[in-house]
Design a protein around this ligand. Structure first.
Ligand SMILES: [Zn+2]
Length: 206
């Protein structure tokens, strides 16, 4: 994983393969005129692009940014939520979601954390940035201080709980990106603790 950088630890796909098939399957029509899209060589473009045969509109397919926080209590515990929806239903993850087009990453992370946990947070250091080419997303994880609000559950978050760093529920973590964010946070704040045992995702898995 080292030659791809730390942000590639959470992806199994090699780079250079174009959009994942599930995403390519949804890109059939030109958003400008509704004509059929075709993958082909475009002058001035360094790789094949989807373009409209009728009007020439080029559709660039880029990853979306997921913004998330790892809220930390004053006692140094980590707030995680038990997901109510697929993917990862019933498993633990940090609060987060897709960045909206009219907000900054910090604003999006604060909004998602409030929506999912009831907590008002102040994002601080970036713990890490994690690529998942399979899902066409890049996940940004902020360490965050809790500055207000009250923990509440929702259909999205069946449970919201504070875990001591020693008690993070590693076997029940929902996503690789959550796993890596927690591993990186521990390495930064609690290097005295061992790496998680019974690893679902090891240092060599991505
Ligand atoms: Zn068109």
């Amino acid at each position: 994983m080292s030659e791809r950088g730390p942000d590639a630890r959470s992806t199994d796909l090699a780079s250079g393969g174009g959009p994942p098939t599930w995403l390519a399957a949804s890109l059939n029509h030109c958003p400008s005129c509704g004509g059929p899209l075709e993958l082909g060589t475009i002058p001035g473009e360094e790789r094949p692009r989807l373009a409209c045969a009728a009007c020439g509109h080029i559709v660039y397919v880029n990853p979306r940014l997921v913004v998330s926080t790892v809220p930390i209590t004053e006692a140094g515990e980590v707030i995680l939520l038990r997901r109510g929806f697929e993917p990862g239903r019933g498993l633990w993850a940090q609060p987060g979601g897709f960045l909206e087009i009219d907000e900054t990453p910090t604003e999006g992370a604060v909004r998602e954390t409030l929506e999912e946990t009831g907590l008002v947070v102040a994002p601080g250091e970036i713990i890490g940035l994690y690529s998942r080419l399979e899902a066409a997303v890049v996940v940004l994880a902020y360490e965050a201080r809790i500055i207000g609000g009250d923990v509440r559950t929702s259909p999205e978050a069946l449970d919201v709980r504070a875990f001591a760093p020693e008690s993070i529920p590693w076997p029940e973590i929902a996503f690789k990106t959550t796993w890596w964010a927690l591993v990186d946070w521990l390495g930064k704040r609690r290097p005295d603790l061992p790496a998680p045992s019974g690893a679902r995702w090891t240092r060599d898995s991505g």
